[in-house]
Write a new protein. Sequence first.
Length: 222
Amino acid sequence: MIKRIVLSLIILLLPATVIAAEKENLRPHWSLELKGGMYYPDLDQWSQFLGKNRLPQYAGTIAYKVLRQIEVGFEGGYIHDEGAGKALLHSQAAGTTVAAGSVTYEFFPLQAFVLVRGIFNEGQWIVPYVGGGWTRIYYRSKAEMQDTIKGSADGYHGRAGIQLLLDGLDESAANGLFLDYGVHHTYLFFEAQVSRALINTTAGESVNLGGTSFLAGLLFEF
């Protein structure tokens, strides 16, 4: 009876052991992130114009692992806000306050970056990381009874965060992701970004379209 129980356990555990060994021998080469959070613009007048100082932000990232700890990647994001009051970007562009009714703001930040992850073994539960690079922010502002203002600003950004390994929560699901889609690891992560991208107004002043972002999401390594 005992022999049968032991044999049954071996049969059940063997596939998971083989898959784990295969994952250990094949390191991941790519990272994919899906994330969302809040963006706090650097513009001091934002809350004055729209009554709030934060905007929802969504982003996706793809990166190639040059080494296990070093990645180069690209991120695309979307930030949106709308309200009633005065047109902030219209005012900055004109150098004067512009009254408006309904106002819609859209930002499309693009980033190219280098990232360093503090990972030293594949079963590491907590992984810190830092990075930074180039930023371009495309913007579009549409105010009622006003022309659409759009353009772009170049700058730079820095990022830092911490990722938590989720594989151990459901090893069966983790093995299924590896076999079906080649996903080595899944992480929950929390990240902070600081960006700076300047545009020049007609008044000869520089306005920073960057700000601070607090984001959370899922990271897939494959």
